[in-house]
Each structure stands twice: as structure tokens, then as C-alpha cells.
Design a protein around this ligand. Sequence first.
Ligand code: AP5
Ligand code: MG
Length: 226
Amino acid sequence: MTSKNIILLGPPGAGKGTQAHRLVSRRGMVQLSTGDMLREARESGSEMGRKVAAIMERGELVTDEIVIGLIGEHLDRGAGGGFIFDGFPRTLAQADALEALLARHAMALDCVIEMQVDDAALVRRITGRFSCANCGTVYHDETRPTAVAGTCDICGSHDLRRRADDTEEALKTRLMEYYKKTSPLIGYYYAKGLLRSVDGLAPIDEVTRQIMDILEPVTGNSPAEG
Ligand code: AP5
Ligand code: MG
């Protein structure tokens, strides 16, 4: 399995975190989620965490400077199976900064996977989401419930939480921010020949299969799958 550095690009609720988690366990990749890093900073009560809390709760983007700094710190640690950038970059300035940061570490992006979904599905996904505070596994009230109510399937923790910005009100702002500031990245990466797309409305396993096919396409002379 070759090491790859990829971006998962898509609106709030597209399934970036869900799929990143699977790639971590199946391919030994390292997930770099700026959303998770910012939530950790908020929980720790650091000065930066206090500064971003209200911005995140409203669904607005925090400054480029903050998230670029966070990503820069994590790249130093390296990743055997490659990096998954989840929720970063979100602006053209962040995309330029990522390219420069990767170059400084003698790395490059292999592909950008756009997760295509429509807005109607996102409201349902966001308002039904909860996740395990211990291991980060993402669930949904209807489509991905825990096997035993109140207990994480993976680590057994009972600390299951909902996000403060997972309200219909904040989602409107998050979507607006996405279309205004993040969706231009689709054209940016298309022009660089890096853009690939998956059907984010497909069932979770099917989306994973599509992503795995992009990362390790079936090549050579092997007969068609039977
Ligand atoms: P962030 O944490 O990145 O949130 P987001 O982009 O809004 O995306 P989500 O995490 O909500 O969705 P997801 O795509 O990960 O979906 P998930 O897999 O959980 O950012 C939060 C905030 O931090 C931002 O608003 C901003 O303030 C700040 N921030 C972060 N990064 C920043 C940056 N770079 N610059 C500036 N500010 C930044 O899935 C959602 C639900 O759907 C789950 O319940 C899941 O079970 C379900 N689901 C997933 N896939 C499927 C499927 N295929 N079928 C059915 N259900 C599914
Ligand atoms: Mg996420």
C-alpha cells in the first residue's frame, strides 16, 4: 500500500470525519482535522480556544492564521501512511499555505477527494449526529446508531456527545461559508489535475469503497472481479 496525502473536501455533514476515521484504521493514515483541533483547544480552555469558541458556535470560519499554524505543528510529526486533511484547507489562502508547508517537508498532495452531497441530506445528518468523546467514532440517530444505546461500539465509552454547532441555525451559516469561501477550491484543485469525486449520498460502506478505489486503483492484467 503506497503512502498518500489527501484532502477530503465537502460541506458540513458530507462525511469527511466518518471516512477519515476508516482510512486511519484501514490504511494507517493520520487524520488532521482542524475542526477537532479547534474543539480540543476550546475544551482545554486555552486562550486560542476561548477566542474561537463563539465563532465556531455561530458556524463561521476562524482566521486562516490560526488553522495554518495548527496544521504546521502537526506536519512536523510525519505520517507513515500519509496525511488526510479533513476540513482543511477551507479558503484559497489556506490551500496556498498547505502547498508551501508540504513543500517545506518534501511532501506533496496526491489527490483531493470531493464528497458530493445535496443540502437537504445535510440537515438530517447534522441534526442526528453524535460522537464518542473518547475515540472519536461518529454516529447518527438513524443511519449509524450504537449497537447498545449510550455505549460506543468501538471503545465502550459512555461519553457520547453532540456538537454545539450542530443546530439548523448554525448549519445555515456553515453552508454559506462553505459555498462562499471553500467551494472555489473545487476549481482550484481541478485546474491542478488533483480533483476526484465520490458520491457522498451513497451508503457509508459504498463511499469508503469509492475512496479506496481512488487510493489504490485496480491495475495490471488481473481478470475482472467475479
Ligand atoms: P469541522 O469540524 O471541520 O466541521 P464541518 O466541515 O462543518 O464538517 P462536519 O464535521 O460537520 O461534517 P463531516 O463532513 O465530518 O461529516 P461526518 O463524517 O461527521 O469544523 C467545525 C468548525 O471549526 C467550522 O465551522 C469552523 O468554525 C472551524 N474550522 C474548522 N476547520 C477550519 C478551517 N480550516 N478554517 C477555518 N475554520 C475552521 O458525518 C455527519 C453525519 O452524517 C454523521 O452522523 C454520520 O454518521 C452521517 N453520515 C456520514 N456519512 C454518511 C453516509 N454516507 N450516509 C448516511 N449518513 C452518513
Ligand atoms: Mg467532521
